[in-house]
Design a protein around this ligand. Structure first.
Ligand code: NAD
Length: 250
């Protein structure tokens, strides 16, 4: 059903983005990968998926503009690249704040503004933004991430309204904790910020948020993304889908 569609999935060299890329490829989509990482590993991924790769650093608006010009019109845009930093607000490094806002929020603006004219010309498009449970609720020590993800939710709703009559939908997917390098990487800082052991962070901080007491699987997030790309989801726009084991129901 998604055959002959072209998708850019940002941050697709790892974690959730890679799962979304794999799931779209399985639906017949031509995927353009983006993200950081080892060149040989990325080349192997391209071979495996029959995908191409564009390695723009999404913290650089000029690099995003060049990437979007190079890849040309796309049908599906998945803004997924993201990063995290965990620290009390008074100790939060300003450069980390700037980086998180640039990657988790501003990059989605730059890719979207470049992708929309091509989608409008075709009268069909899907914009999916990987937000987070932190687009709806906050946690201590994640000021930049929570601000960026709340912002991404607002940005997505605005774009959805602007494009509502154009055959283009824009939605957020908001996972709870998914076991990926991004979550693994924040454990040491959380241990330091809260004076906890690794097990305490895993059970008392991360899984404590999720009534299911299970991490979300990247493939489950990817399945939701595929559904939002389907024609059955044509009436869903401006939505923010929680996939968080019940976290934000509390
Ligand atoms: P991840 O660390 O596995 O993947 C992040 C991706 O972003 C990688 O491909 C990385 O190379 C890419 N990236 C990082 N900096 C980049 C840059 N400057 N330019 C281009 N690409 C860059 O993380 P993940 O857990 O898969 O996270 C993906 C998205 O899901 C993020 O937006 C994250 O905030 C969101 N999210 C994750 C979780 C979770 O629990 N893992 C929960 C909610 C939301």
């Amino acid at each position: 059903m998604l055959k002959n569609k072209r998708a850019l999935v940002t941050g697709s060299t790892s974690g959730i983005g890679l799962a979304i890329a794999r799931a779209l490829v399985a639906e017949g989509v031509q995927v353009i990968l983006n993200g950081l990482g080892d060149a040989d590993a990325i080349s192997a991924l391209c071979d495996e998926l029959g995908a191409t790769y564009q390695g723009a650093n999404l913290m650089d608006a000029g690099a995003i503009a060049a990437m979007m010009a190079e890849i040309g019109p796309i049908d599906i845009l998945v803004n997924n690249a993201g990063m995290q930093h965990v620290a009390p607000v008074e100790a939060f490094p300003p450069e980390k704040w700037d980086a998180i806002i640039a990657l988790n929020l501003t990059a989605a603006f730059h890719t979207t503004r470049a992708a929309v004219p091509g989608m409008k010309a075709k009268g069909w498009g899907r914009i999916i933004n990987t937000a987070s449970a932190h687009s709806a609720v906050a946690s201590p020590f994640k000021s930049a991430y929570v601000a960026a993800k709340h912002g991404l939710d607002g940005f997505t709703k605005t774009v959805a309204l602007e494009l509502a009559t154009c055959g283009i939908t824009a939605n957020c997917i908001s996972p709870g904790y998914v076991w990926t390098p991004l979550v693994e990487g924040q454990i040491p800082d959380t241990m330091a910020a809260r004076g906890m052991t690794r097990d305490q962070v895993m059970n008392d901080i991360l899984l404590a948020k999720q009534p299911t007491k299970q991490f979300i699987q990247p493939d489950d997030v990817a399945a939701l993304a595929v559904f939002l790309c389907s024609d059955a989801a044509r009436g869903i726009t401006g939505a923010n889908y929680a996939i968080d084991g019940g976290w934000t129901a509390e």
